[in-house]
Write a protein that binds this ligand. Structure first.
Ligand code: PLP
Length: 392
């Protein structure tokens, strides 16, 4: 590997790829694999968003470079969305930035905010990109433990005091991937005061902000008084509007960090294709009825899985948001042996909890990204496995 940097060579291993390889082998053998491992929505984006994209794509004026920080219209749409949805005022010129998906934004804000050796506190279990991105930024990650006894809320007391002294950044994600936990009324109040006390930049990943069920509405960290002094929040159209491949999201909050991220990004990319930004602006300023319809579909799928798993004796809590179900693997199995068994013997792919960090061991994540009928079929196949028999 003479031409590959140590930084890339030493990236944390990606645990998902091996299941995809096995899926291909099984499919080649004629097995009908149900893939509940994929964390990307299967539903289409709203028609009015696609209409705006195609309309704008026909305008020759839209094919040049965008402003580095995103188009005025997009940044104003984000500010309008925060005002209407959260009652939060943002300056579209200094407190909003377009990003090429929130993954890009989060990976780069770590480069914009961390110095070599700085410690970033990241949720364990958590979205695997956080750890890789901290590594690529030259930082060190330390686990912010999330566990079921604390309803997957941050357990700040569990952080080692020496680690905390070196920490400069805290990353949170609610509604949460993979645990499907949501923020309580005081989750962000506590987070902001913890960040302030310990002089940490709080980075909140709100990729599932609109994907909520029943009466629950996810709060924004920006609703906490003084949040702009301490935090940036990332939003995405990937999950809420089913626009994962479009690569559009935003960063909002602390103007100094927004400016730093913008400065870094101006050397790497030149923002997103203008028609994509314009269509995303239309989505964000819409009445959000399309999102409500998608949430209804996810909720129907959820009840299939939730009921099914409970009947099988699998311990699972009912989520208030995201597109995931987080459940305990049956006694006697590890996350990996359970996921392997499901794929080999039932043709069902789930994601083993340890793929999200040490504390994910003993759990698995199932994505609600296939139609209800397929989920019913997956539950049936699990029933036939007779999990109780196996673990005895
Ligand atoms: C899907 C996902 C993202 C990435 O979203 P993009 O905007 O498509 O980059 C970020 N964070 C979490 C927790 C996710 O699950």
């Amino acid at each position: 590997m003479a031409f590959v940097s140590d930084n890339v060579m030493n990236l944390p291993p990606y645990l998902f790829s091996r299941f995809q390889e096995q899926k291909q082998l099984l499919e080649a053998d004629g097995v009908d694999v149900i893939d509940l491992g994929i964390g990307a929505p299967d539903l289409p984006p709203p028609d009015f968003v696609i209409d705006r994209l195609t309309e704008e794509a026909r305008n020759p004026a839209n094919h040049g470079y965008s402003a580095y920080n995103g188009s005025q219209e997009f940044r104003e749409a984000v500010a309008q969305f925060y005002d209407k949805h959260y009652g939060v005022q943002l300056d579209p010129d200094t407190e909003v930035l377009a990003v090429i998906g929130s993954k890009e934004g989060i990976a780069h804000v770590l480069q914009a905010a961390l110095n070599p050796g700085d410690v970033a506190l990241i949720p364990d279990p958590g979205y695997p990109v956080y750890r890789s991105a901290v590594h690529l930024a030259g930082g060190k990650s330390a686990a912010l433990p999330l566990d079921s006894t604390h309803h997957y809320q941050p357990d700040y007391a569990a952080i080692d005091s020496d680690v905390l002294k070196q920490a400069t950044l805290l990353l949170l994600n609610y509604p949460n991937n993979p645990t499907a936990a949501v923020a309580d009324s005081d989750t962000f109040l506590k987070a902001i005061s913890f960040a302030r006390e310990n002089r940490l930049l709080l980075v909140h990943d709100a990729a599932y902000d609109l994907l909520t069920f029943a009466d629950y509405e996810a709060p924004s960290v920006m609703q906490v008084p003084g949040a702009k002094e301490q935090a940036v929040e990332f939003g995405s159209l990937s999950k809420s509007f089913n626009m994962a491949g479009w690569r559009i999201g935003y960063a909002v909050g602390n103007p100094e960090v927004i400016q730093a991220l913008s400065a870094l990004k101006s050397n790497l990319d030149t923002s997103q294709f203008l028609p994509v930004q314009k269509a995303a602006a239309t989505a964000l300023t819409s009445d959000l009825k399309a999102v409500a319809r998608h949430n209804q579909i996810y909720q129907e799928r959820l009840s299939v899985v939730y009921q099914g798993l409970k009947e099988l004796g699998i311990s699972v809590s009912k989520p208030n948001g995201t597109i995931f179900v987080w459940a305990e693997v049956p006694a006697g199995l590890t996350s990996m042996t359970f996921a392997d068994k499901l794929l080999q013997e039932a043709g069902v792919i789930v994601t083993p909890g340890n793929a999200f960090g040490e504390r994910g061991e003993g759990y698995f994540r199932l994505a609600l990204t296939v139609p209800a009928a397929r989920l019913r079929e997956a539950v049936e196949r699990l029933r036939e496995l007779d999990l109780q028999e196996v673990t005895r």
